[in-house]
Design a binder for this molecule. Structure first.
Ligand SMILES: [Zn+2]
Length: 517
């Protein structure tokens, strides 16, 4: 993989292209309403979607192999022996063994996160088969987040949404901000409100949101029957529900309120309805940690008193890549994902040593974490700063450091919509609220780095770094180099270099926090 400057811009073109294709593919879908279940897996294709039952074996999600293959192509031949299955599929051959995580695809051996299983006579593969094998088999984009019940195959850019809840005197207001237009059709089903969101594929950042208030106890995203929908569970019976779509279909507001009293009931009017399950927690903020950026403090009383003084600001540290995604590789075999994990650990230690910060790590261990999950981890923690670390081919001597701030794709300037309310910026543009502070952060680190002898320093610049896009805090990408197949990684794995860099980052953040930048 190349440096940020070189390899990221292309993904924007792909994104825009898939959006266009997606929009043109809408309107063709018609699906029957089925019961709301939680044991299906949904396959989203550009012009259709299919549902396949899911099986959980040893807490791993498994999919039946043959139905999955039938969704994406043609099975030409099948040879099944006691422990072994061979499938001719298109021009390829796949071979699997019961109890073995290895899958043979033509001449390659691919390794799944969990073994292949035969269950009730059916060959079952773990969910990561989709990204590990199916993507190669079909030569299509496959977007799947482990643990979710949906996969997007082909040119699809699913939208997502943020949710904010405000408590009002006589009810609650839910505001959903979608990244793309939706349509809404609402039904009341079994005491819940179900808002069907049309045909647009949606990848929720969070599957469900829980609240503690007299009006709404849960908002859950569900597409188990192939139909994306929001299911709202009221905290009590007899409440009214008024959904309203605005902003051209991207903002959905829903009022939940008590009906106007038919006769005065002076004593009980102020008390929560008796059916409220969690009314004892009335001092807690009504929004859970699982909710979206901008949800932290609803209007009303301040949050719970903190016994140990004001909490320390949170720094989110993001080690790029991970899992199957190795990132760049040096001549002597050092992988970017491992190098940046090591560096992030040193930065974490340096920051903790200052005693001025708490730390959130967006990935721990060698996991393949999506951009969205990284941003969610930071946003949910209320991060004050976000630092993502990469290593790549910076084209110069080694060691070299480059610092980037987010470069928006040029769709619009940050404040072009003339709306100052930061809560209503779409999730995928939220970093645009912080561009100035992000630049200040980059400049502060850069200024402190200038004292590091023997290190080449690139001037701060911008890159359409995908990880930064949805971060609701000042955020920079720090790339070290050069990590490329042409050179050894020695100067970058050098402990002294990493320790110096880490302490300078910690100093810069401390200075910013103290207002002395
Ligand atoms: Zn990278």
């Amino acid at each position: 993989m190349q440096s940020l400057r070189k390899h990221l811009p292309g993904s924007w073109h792909k994104l825009l292209l898939s959006l266009t294709l997606l929009i043109s593919g809408l309107g063709l879908l018609l699906w029957p309403v089925r019961t709301l279940r939680s044991d299906n897996f949904v396959f989203y294709f550009p012009t259709s979607r299919r549902v396949i039952p899911l099986e959980v074996i040893d807490s791993v999600q498994y999919l039946p192999l043959l139905p999955v293959l039938n969704l994406v192509g043609t099975l030409n031949a099948l040879t099944e022996r006691r422990n072994n299955l061979k499938v001719a599929f298109g021009d390829s051959h796949i071979e699997l063994h019961d109890g073995d995580p290895r899958v043979r695809l033509d001449k390659k051996t691919l390794i799944l996160a969990a073994p292949v299983r035969v269950s009730n006579g059916k060959w079952m593969v773990p969910g990561d088969f989709l990204t590990t094998v199916l993507a190669r088999l079909t030569n299509q984009d496959v977007e799947y987040q482990i643990g979710t019940n949906r996969v997007f195959i082909g040119n699809i850019k699913p939208s997502s949404f943020t949710l904010r809840m405000e408590q009002e005197s006589n009810g609650a207001k839910l505001t959903f901000q979608f990244t793309d237009k939706v349509t809404v059709h609402t039904e009341s089903v079994n005491g819940q409100w179900v808002m069907f969101l049309g045909d647009h594929p949606i990848q929720p950042l969070e599957q469900s949101f829980h609240f503690q208030n007299p009006y709404v106890s849960e908002v859950r995203f569900d597409d188990q029957d192939g139909l994306p929908k929001l299911v709202i569970t009221p905290s009590a019976g007899g409440l009214n529900f008024y959904p309203e779509l605005s902003e051209g279909g991207k903002t959905l507001r829903a009022e939940v309120s008590k009906p106007a009293p038919a006769q005065p009931s002076p004593q009980t009017a102020k008390a929560p309805p008796p059916a409220t399950p969690s009314s004892t927690a009335s001092t807690a903020p009504p929004v859970t940690p699982g909710s979206a950026p901008g949800t932290a403090a609803p209007a009303g009383p301040a949050g719970p008193a903190s016994p140990a003084g004001p909490p320390l600001p949170v720094v989110a540290l993001d080690a790029g890549h991970g899992g199957e995604d190795n990132g760049a590789r040096s001549r002597d075999g050092v992988l970017e994902k491992e190098l940046v994990a090591q560096l992030v650990e040193r930065v974490r230690q340096a920051l903790l040593t200052t005693g001025k910060f708490r730390i959130v790590m967006t990935r721990t261990g060698d996991a393949n974490v999506t951009f969205e999950q990284r941003a969610v981890a930071a946003n949910v923690a209320g991060a004050a700063y976000f630092l993502t670390f990469h290593a790549g081919d910076l084209g110069g001597g080694s060691p070299e450091v480059a610092i980037y701030t987010y470069q928006s794709p040029g769709l619009a300037s940050p404040s072009s919509e003339g709306r100052a309310n930061p809560f209503f910026v779409a999730w995928d543009r939220i970093q645009e609220n912080h561009i100035d502070q992000s630049r200040q952060l980059a400049q502060t680190i850069e200024r402190d780095l200038a004292v590091l002898a023997g290190v080449t320093l690139d001037p701060p610049t911008t890159a359409p770094e995908r990880t930064l896009r949805s971060v609701n805090a000042p955020a920079v990408a720090i790339e070290i180099g050069s990590l490329s197949p042409d050179v050894d990684a020695g100067p970058l794995t050098d402990a002294a270099f990493q320790l110096h860099l880490s302490s300078i980052v910690a100093e810069a953040l401390s200075a910013l926090q103290a207002g002395g930048a």
